[in-house]
Design a protein around this ligand. Structure first.
Ligand code: ARG
Length: 246
């Protein structure tokens, strides 16, 4: 039909932003990690990370288009060049550095344990033999494996963090390990006094970074330059205060 042909033509006319030198960068995120990234009822993706990448882009005269890919698909999308940039409360790790190029750090975080309010758990060790929910392929999963072994039968992996937290609320797991900002947000906002957080001295500080496809030096340079600017002019701090207070 004519209409179909027109639609297809219009589709072909869309500017491509996968290549370097374009000013709309395609940003991938797992928008199920509030307050870093979440999807509003109307589909709009908002959050700390989204404001950070928008500010970086603006500082470099670029625009962003943000897409929810999920966590595992995010890494694939960057590797294949389908998306330009990944921002997703992603910890800079040696393992990931082998596969992607990371920006300079923009946020500091730590793992935190989420348990029911009446739990006697004081540290990760106390969860030995218990069921622990984590988002698969995250640093939360790593700290549990480090403590109890990579084949620990109590470790339950989920595609996203809300899935793990739902199962904690249903009693299917005894604890969830995830990033402090996210866990604290749940305790405050959603779980209304039923849950508490537990720290563990063995958890190391983590730093979030933004990834690009390995070797995309041009885009990485712009991101680091924009990041430097928003650190210097106070924009990053302003966004941080908006989401996490002082
Ligand atoms: N910081 C942790 C990691 O890098 C968890 C990040 C999960 N992010 C997300 N949007 N689900 O492994």
């Amino acid at each position: 039909s004519v209409l179909l042909a027109l639609t297809v033509l219009a589709g072909c006319g869309q500017p491509e932003s996968g290549a370097s030198g374009n000013d709309v960068i395609k940003v991938a995120t797992d928008a199920a990690y509030p307050p870093f990234e979440k999807q509003e009822g109307n589909g709009k993706i908002t959050g700390f990370d989204i404001e950070v990448i928008e500010a970086i882009a603006k500082a470099e005269g670029m625009k962003v288009s943000v897409k929810h890919t999920g966590w595992d698909p995010l890494f694939e999308a960057i590797k294949r060049g389908k998306m330009d940039v990944g921002i997703s409360a992603m910890t800079i790790t040696d393992e990931r550095k082998k596969q992607f190029d990371f920006s300079d750090p923009y946020f500091e975080a730590k793992q935190l344990i989420l348990v029911p309010k009446d739990s006697k758990v004081k540290s990760l060790k106390d969860l030995k033999g218990k069921k622990i929910g984590v988002q698969s392929a995250t640093t939360g999963a790593e700290v549990v494996k480090k403590a109890f072994g990579t084949t620990y039968p109590g470790l339950k992996g989920y595609d996203d963090t809300p899935g793990a937290i739902d199962d904690l609320a249903n009693g299917r797991v005894d604890a969830v390990v995830a990033d402090n900002g996210v866990v604290q947000d749940y305790v405050k906002r959603k779980l209304k006094g039923q849950f508490k957080t537990v720290e563990d001295q063995s958890f190391e500080p983590e730093h979030y970074g933004i990834i690009v496809k390995k070797g995309n030096k041009e885009l990485l340079g712009k991101i680091n330059s924009g990041l430097k600017k928003i650190k210097k002019d106070g924009t990053l701090e302003k966004i941080r205060n908006k989401y996490f207070g002082k």
